[in-house]
Design a protein around this ligand. Structure first.
Ligand SMILES: CC(C)(COP(=O)(O)OP(=O)(O)OC[C@H]1O[C@@H](n2cnc3c(N)ncnc32)[C@H](O)[C@@H]1OP(=O)(O)O)[C@@H](O)C(=O)NCCC(=O)NCCS
Length: 129
């Protein structure tokens, strides 16, 4: 989990060129276990930006030393907000998807955003914010 956050933060911080804070971690899916001693690869990429938020997709792969191919093991979405020196959200440059894959991932991020809003509304009666 720490590596996911670190990889995603590095990606968001590099993109935003400002300090960023985590606002959301979700959609985490552990497809298969990672065994102790395996080689780990953590990929992160920007898939969507809002006004101040940067949505990062993180994918974790692993392989045994005896294998050449990495296998996908985990996937999640982590959202950061670019903040100023007072900790207030500030505008980020818009992410412009270019490839078909980047366009699909942006659509995926937009769908997830709507789903999160629905979940948030469902949960609203059960917690105070
Ligand atoms: C980040 C923070 C400054 C934002 O303040 P806020 O009053 O919620 O500001 P806003 O409502 O304008 O939201 C800012 C952005 O966060 C997004 N956001 C807020 N809550 C969110 C959530 N639960 N899930 C996804 N995105 C969320 C908003 O959609 C908005 O994105 P946009 O500007 O791209 O439209 C504030 O929430 C905060 O300080 N949170 C604590 C951060 C923290 O301590 N993280 C852990 C350690 S790094």
């Amino acid at each position: 989990m720490k590596w996911l956050d670190q990889a995603a933060y590095t990606c968001a911080r590099t993109y935003a060129e400002t300090y960023c804070v985590t606002v959301y971690v979700g959609g985490i899916r552990f497809y298969k276990p990672i065994n102790i001693g395996e080689v780990i690869r953590v990929d992160s990429q920007v898939i969507y930006t809002g006004n101040s938020s940067i949505h990062i997709m993180v994918e974790v792969y692993s392989r045994d030393f005896s294998e050449k191919q990495f296998q996908k093991k985990t996937h999640c979405i982590i959202i950061f907000v670019s903040v100023d020196e007072k900790g207030q959200p500030q505008k980020v440059k818009p992410w412009i998807p270019l490839t078909d894959q980047e366009k699909k991932l942006e659509e995926y991020a937009i769908k997830l955003k709507a789903l999160r809003e629905n979940i948030h509304n469902e949960m609203r009666p059960f917690f105070n914010e």
